[in-house]
Design a protein. Sequence first.
Length: 460
Amino acid sequence: MVDFIRIPPDSTGKRLQTKQWTVDGTDVHQQRVQIGCGDNADHVMKVDEHGAAYIRYTEGQPIFNAFSENKVAQEYLAGVYEFSSSDYSYLFTAEEATGGTVLYQPSVYSYLLSTTGFSGSSSKLTTNRYHYYQPGFSMVYRMTVSLGASNQDGNIRRWGAFDDNNGVFWQVDSTGICVVKRSDMTGVVNDVKFYQDDWNMDKLDGTGGSLLTLDFEKAWIYWIDFAYPRGVTRFGIYGPEGVRIICYEWLCPGTDVYANMGRPSLPIRVENFDTTNPGSPSTLRFMGASVLQQSRETNYTFWRYGGLSSGEKTVTTNTPLLSLQARLLNDEGKRNTVNTYPETLSVFVDTGAVKIDIINHMESSNLLTGESFSTATTALELSNSATDIDSTSSDYWVFKSLYVGAGVTNIDLTSFYELNDEGILLGGDGSSRSILTLVATKLNGTTVKVHVTMSVRELW
């Protein structure tokens, strides 16, 4: 039964809820007070079953560890892309079709992706790296983007962490702006969309807690974070004061037997394409991005391989010893998304001394003569049969030069390749690829023989 008193004390007075107590044999009433919002009486503070005030942040409850200490996770950069001094084109694969263009504009430090307004016109920019996901930690993607003309029929623009099969991203189409989860878990690629009117946190239409109205033609920092295989996915922007605003929160209750997407390691991608004939050009401006892990195990490696060998080679000038390139498909017949990093190079020189250059070059440049690649690891193909390499080509890029004398020398290569660097991997289009080739030149001696062996580590 609810206790109350009336003011004024008659049958029509307003009721004030109270709690009755007995003090010294006398019944007394204590008024119940709720702390509420001055603008909306439905927004009041809640008290839990223990009588404690239920206090939380907009993004949810703080997390405590086993010792009741507030748990704070430091973010670590897993990838950074900014264009203040360069287009960093070697980190991306650009794809253009039917008049669409991907243009770096140094005067405004950004990429502009454009279409012509006719069906089939498209522009796409994808990082070559798939940013490896560490189980048990959330992943955060931040991107700064602005769009040209407002949404129009027949044009779609997207930005986020995704490829052709899996991912999470923002999208603007003829209906408006939406957030999308893409998954191929059922064997068919499926995009699930939630448009602005259906966002369950802040709709960014001026009615939400931030009171912001999103004008996507202006530049905003968009962010997405997610946990895998079954975790919360959030989409949002950073407000004018740097506050993280959640637009949509994608919960993953225990209602499914599968993961929320097929692969959690994803590239950054921006794309702009015309599906029909919008009639006017469309643009998307990409100003930079970063990928952060909520924590990092520095020794995290999915797999290691050794014994990638050149065999014995007689060295003269610019003699190719060993070449490595990413496989197109993994053992399951799916796109190879592994990032492979050289770890150790072991060199045997019988007499004299040699210079060993680490060369990066594109497969499409065809610099090697006599090469024959075969599967060496889950992610790599190896060739040690090349007899020559075109060192005069503009694509012949010397990454590092090593000087090695007679005998056995072991060289640590890990300092050359940071975990958020390129390594050996496919291009963002899934077909272009670079080749790492070790090239030796004798420094003295009449006949010099060399044998090299490399070990690598893989991040999936």
